[in-house]
Design a protein around this ligand. Structure first.
Ligand code: SF4
Length: 383
């Protein structure tokens, strides 16, 4: 008999919570660790896979608990190695996760490319961008996900399971280490991570756990559009890195693009960044989507440098990936380089993020939005 939808979800449970559950079931304490490793180290997709657990225990687990597992609904593959996954939740919602492989190099997309622990970044990175919500409430004007509104928060298990489903898909890919298909995580997919703080924090605890997927905090970045109170909380309660999606240099500009600015303006946001604990070698990445004739002038670049003065910051410039149905344009390579030169002239590390997967629906939310509308997509398109 299948467990009820409201049965406890093993995928979202901490090792300690599994310990309590196992004890209640009259099992030996070491079973909790075994279970946790199956779920988070091996990324098991079902209880049947947990072959070294006694059958009666597995049957009882199947009856009384759930193991949230996402279904891979569609994969788009780009010629640059990017893979975009549309994943279906158990209640039939679509989310997306984007895999971005990068060889070492100065222009690689990597929020912490210049880590103190890895000067010059000698190794390839295989990064997954994960979603934290179905849809998003933040309403950013340049974002496809915003057009969905917020449908619901993802659970910690659903956030973590994006990693496990993608790991399973990547293990056979040439050049990918099957023991560690993904090396880095960025919480920059659908949704505002700090608007789903509790589940995001729990998912970080699961994904960074040494008995689980064991990601290093140095290789995990959480991005926010500017939910100021939770920036402080993230800084106090975790050791992961922070990215801020800034995208404008005046409140007038930013409030038009990002309604969150009306609640927490640029001054409040930068103040929260200045108070963010910078121990553990952290520095803040500022994401700046360059929109043609909106926020891409030399004056914008100079104001951006003024705003960030004195902060341990780096800037990721992201030329806008044009979306059908949204009114913004790509500023072009020349303007992007001019913007970058001004920042570098003021001493900032500024990198231009390559637009990954130009030949697939790689802009945030594009694939999942298509899924919610049941639009046909190209499956497994190889360029
Ligand atoms: S850019 Fe991010 S925060 Fe803004 S609406 Fe899109 S998903 Fe939400």
């Amino acid at each position: 008999m299948a467990a009820a939808a409201n049965a406890p979800d093993l995928r979202s449970a901490s090792l300690e919570e599994l310990g309590v559950l196992v004890e209640r079931m009259g099992e030996k304490p070491f079973r909790a660790r075994q279970l946790f490793r199956w779920i988070h180290h091996k990324g098991a997709g079902s209880m049947e896979e947990m072959t070294d657990l006694p059958r009666p225990f597995r049957e009882r687990l199947s009856r009384d608990t759930r193991l949230t597992t996402l279904a891979v609904d569609a994969v788009q593959r780009s010629s640059d190695g990017t893979r975009k996954y549309r994943l279906r939740t158990e209640d039939g919602k679509f989310i997306e996760a984007v895999y971005m492989p990068e060889e070492p190099g100065p222009d690689a997309f990597d929020p912490e490319a210049d880590d103190e622990d890895e000067p010059g970044r000698k190794r390839a990175r295989r990064t997954l961008c994960v979603s934290t919500q179905v849809g998003c409430a933040m309403g950013c004007g340049f974002c496809m996900t915003a057009t969905m509104g917020l449908v619901r928060n993802l659970t910690a298990g659903e956030i973590a399971d994006q990693v496990y489903r993608v790991n399973a898909d990547l293990r056979d890919v040439p050049g990918v280490d099957p023991q560690r298909p993904l090396t880095n995580l960025v919480y920059m997919g659908m949704g505002e991570p700090l608007h789903n703080y509790v589940n995001v924090k729990r998912s970080l605890d699961l994904l960074l756990h040494p008995e689980g997927a064991n990601f290093s905090h140095r290789h995990v970045t959480v991005s926010t559009s500017g939910l100021v109170p939770n920036i402080q909380r993230l800084g106090e309660e975790t050791r992961v890195k922070l990215a801020v999606s800034l995208n404008a240099t005046t409140d007038e500009q930013r409030a038009r693009l990002m309604p969150v600015d009306k609640k927490w303006n640029i001054a409040a946001l930068i103040d929260a960044c200045r108070k963010f604990p910078m121990k553990y070698g952290r520095r803040i990445t500022f994401e700046y989507v360059l929109l043609k004739d909106v926020n891409d002038t030399d004056a914008d670049a100079r104001r951006l440098a003024d705003l960030l003065a004195g902060l341990p910051a780096k800037v990721n410039l992201i030329p806008y990936n044009e979306n059908p149905g949204l009114e913004f344009g790509d500023p072009g390579a020349e303007r992007v380089q001019a913007f970058r030169r001004i920042l570098e002239g003021r001493g900032f590390a500024a990198m231009v993020r390559k637009n990954r997967g130009r030949d697939i629906s790689a802009a945030c939310g594009q694939l999942a939005v298509a899924g919610q509308k049941e639009a046909p997509i190209r499956l497994g398109a190889r360029a």
